[in-house]
Design a protein around this ligand. Structure first.
Ligand code: MG
Ligand code: ZN
Length: 223
C-alpha cells in the first residue's frame, strides 16, 4: 500500500493559518469574558452530519427551559431546518448561516451574542456545523465542548478523529437504540475515547427513548 501525507504548507500558507487561528482564539477569549460577566455557560456541540446534535439540543431544551434561561445558536450552512423546531419551544434561537462555511468561529458567535438579551440567560447551546475536522481548531468561547457521535457512523469514528475528542469535555454516544442493528459496540467506542483521553466522560444516549438525556442535562448544569 502506498501512503502519502499532506503537509500543512501544501494546503495553505502556514503563516496565514497561524494568524487566523490566533485571531480566533483571542476573540473566543473575549466571548468567554462577556459570557462570564453575564453568568452564562456556553456549551458547544460538535459532531458529524446526522449524529443527532440538533435532536440532542432539542431534548435538552425541553428538559431545561423551564428551570433556567436557555438560548440556542444554530450553525447551519444554508437552511433554518434545525433552528425552526427549536424556536418553536419559545427559547431565543439565532440561526448562523455560514453559507457553505464548514465551521463556526468566535466572530460569528460574538455577532450572535449581540443579537439576544444575555441578561436572562444561564445557558447557551451552540450547534456547530456537521464536521469532525476543523471545528476542533476554532474555540468559540464556550466553557465545554461536547462531541456527539452516533453508532450509525460505524466503529471507527472515534479513532479517525482524535483531535476532536482531545479538545472535548464530554462525549455523547447517540442513537444507542440502533447499536445492535448497526453491529456497533457502544463499549468499544467508549474504550476508543478513553484510549485517547482516559478521564473524558462518555454518556450513551438515545434521543428516541430518552436514555441518558437526564445524565447529559445534569453534566451540563454542573459545568
Ligand atoms: Mg443539526
Ligand atoms: Zn471548517
Amino acid at each position: 500500500m502506498i501512503k502519502i501525507e499532506a503537509s500543512p504548507e501544501e494546503i495553505y500558507d502556514i503563516e496565514l493559518e497561524h494568524s487566523l487561528l490566533e485571531a480566533n482564539a483571542k476573540l473566543a477569549e473575549k466571548n468567554r469574558a462577556v459570557l462570564d460577566r453575564n453568568g452564562i455557560t456556553a456549551i458547544d456541540f460538535m459532531g458529524a452530519i446526522g449524529s443527532g446534535k440538533t435532536t440532542l439540543i432539542t431534548r435538552l431544551v425541553e428538559k431545561l427551559k423551564d428551570r433556567v434561561g436557555v438560548a440556542v445558536f444554530n450553525g447551519d450552512a444554508t437552511t433554518s431546518s434545525d433552528a425552526d423546531p427549536i424556536a418553536a419551544y419559545g427559547v431565543p434561537v439565532v440561526q448562523i448561516a455560514t453559507i457553505n462555511g464548514c465551521h463556526l468561529d468566535a466572530n460569528v458567535v460574538a455577532k450572535a451574542c449581540a443579537r439576544i438579551d444575555l441578561g436572562k440567560l444561564r445557558l447557551i447551546f451552540i450547534e456547530n456545523i456537521g464536521n469532525l475536522i476543523c471545528p476542533a481548531e476554532f474555540p468559540l468561547g464556550s466553557k465545554a465542548r461536547v462531541v456527539v457521535v452516533s453508532v450509525t457512523e460505524g466503529p471507527y469514528m472515534v479513532r479517525k478523529h482524535p483531535h476532536m475528542f482531545l479538545g472535548a469535555q464530554l462525549v455523547v454516544i447517540n442513537k444507542i437504540e440502533l447499536a445492535e442493528t448497526m453491529d456497533v459496540s457502544v463499549e468499544a467506542l467508549t474504550g476508543d475515547v478513553h484510549k485517547l483521553k482516559p478521564d473524558l466522560r462518555v454518556i450513551p444516549t438515545s434521543c428516541k427513548t430518552g436514555a441518558g438525556i437526564d445524565d447529559v442535562a445534569r453534566a451540563i448544569l454542573a459545568v
